[in-house]
Design a protein around this ligand. Structure first.
Ligand code: SF4
Length: 333
């Protein structure tokens, strides 16, 4: 059996397809860095999805850049559904013409996830200066009216920390059923906008407050990243571990390089690539930090390696960005 096939079969759940690096915005916190005119070829995408579904993938997220800017965007939805993907999600900045929500082909998408950074235009546009807040809200409302499963994603930064509860309240009134929080990471354009970063101490304090405040909301699920845990490695929550070592997901860039973690995208540290219809490992793969022998305990191997001093001085260590709790129940997404 092919080694790549063996590694992922039975473990793989989700594909993240970055189908284009085109973007009509230049958000201050973008973890990918500068936008580029680079699109994923549809033929290779079709082949990749076909093989990954055979390995067990049942969920696929189309993202970018802004995925709706790919000239063949709708075909990426139809191909995934034809290949047997159960759940196709589109992550969008919501800047598209509202009319496209009426297209039957768009309705084949199982979920739409809109990026929104606060409960008012000023906070949202402080990090997304090229976003049209009114259009974005109208598109969210229209998606709900048209019965799309509609979610919102917020990247928490130093300017919108106090907007989490107002946003939850606003979304709950709008009828949005799910809010997924990320905490800004020091990647991509955020490296040039350090004023937006949130310290471990500040996030732990905010997160603890949120745990209580979110209990008031029963009609919207809010997923909150832990990101930092106080205490000693290995002594806490043994079930927390690096998502990359679980082989449960792959991230594919337009140039067909394959990644295991979003923290590696801006520095181009892919572990594999797709060429001539096959998956190949990168030459240094065997030495990469994700081999199980290197990932011990619950700490994120990238963040502990690169920021060890910074976090350990605060008696704190970073855990996987994907490890989250929700106001409904503790979850890993
Ligand atoms: S964030 Fe850290 S722990 Fe999570 S997948 Fe990436 S490297 Fe692993």
């Amino acid at each position: 059996m092919d080694a790549f096939f063996a590694q992922f079969t039975g473990n793989l759940k989700e594909i993240f397809a970055y189908i284009t690096l085109r973007c009509n915005m230049k958000c201050l916190h973008c973890y990918l860095g500068e936008a580029k005119q680079e699109d994923m070829p549809l033929k290779e995408y079709t082949n990749i999805v076909q093989q990954l579904v055979k390995m067990g993938a049942s969920k696929l997220t189309l993202l970018g850049g802004e995925p709706t800017l790919h000239p063949l965007f709708f075909k990426f939805i139809t191909v995934a559904k034809k290949q047997g993907v159960n759940c196709v999600r589109v992550d969008t900045n919501g800047s598209f013409n509202a009319k496209i929500l009426e297209k039957p082909v768009f309705k084949l998408a199982d979920e739409l996830s809109f990026s929104l950074e606060g409960a008012n235009a000023n906070t949202h546009q402080a990090v997304r200066p090229f976003s049209n807040y009114e259009l974005l809200i109208k598109n969210i409302q229209k998606a709900i009216r048209l019965d799309y499963q509609t979610r919102v994603t917020m990247t928490v930064n130093s300017l919108n920390l106090n907007q989490i509860i107002p946003l939850v309240s606003q979304l709950s009134d709008l009828g949005v059923k799910s809010l997924n929080l990320h905490l800004i990471s020091e990647n991509g354009l955020a490296k040039q906008n350090q004023q937006l970063l949130v310290s471990a101490k500040c996030w732990i304090h905010t997160r603890q407050k949120l745990e209580k405040e979110l209990l008031k909301f029963s009609n919207i699920e809010v997923k909150v990243p832990f990101r930092f845990i106080k205490g000693q490695i290995n002594e806490q929550k043994k079930t927390i571990t690096c998502e990359a070592v679980k082989n449960s997901r792959v991230l594919i860039m337009p140039n067909l390089k394959i990644y295991s973690c979003p923290l590696l995208l801006d520095v181009g540290r892919n572990f594999a690539y797709f060429k001539n219809g096959k998956f190949f490992y990168s030459t240094d793969y065997q030495n990469n930090i994700f081999s199980p022998k290197n990932v011990k305990g619950s700490a994120c191997p990238i963040l502990t390696a690169e920021h060890k001093q910074k976090y350990f001085q605060e008696d704190t260590y970073p855990v996987c960005v994907s490890y989250k709790y929700s106001n409904k129940n503790l979850c890993n997404i």
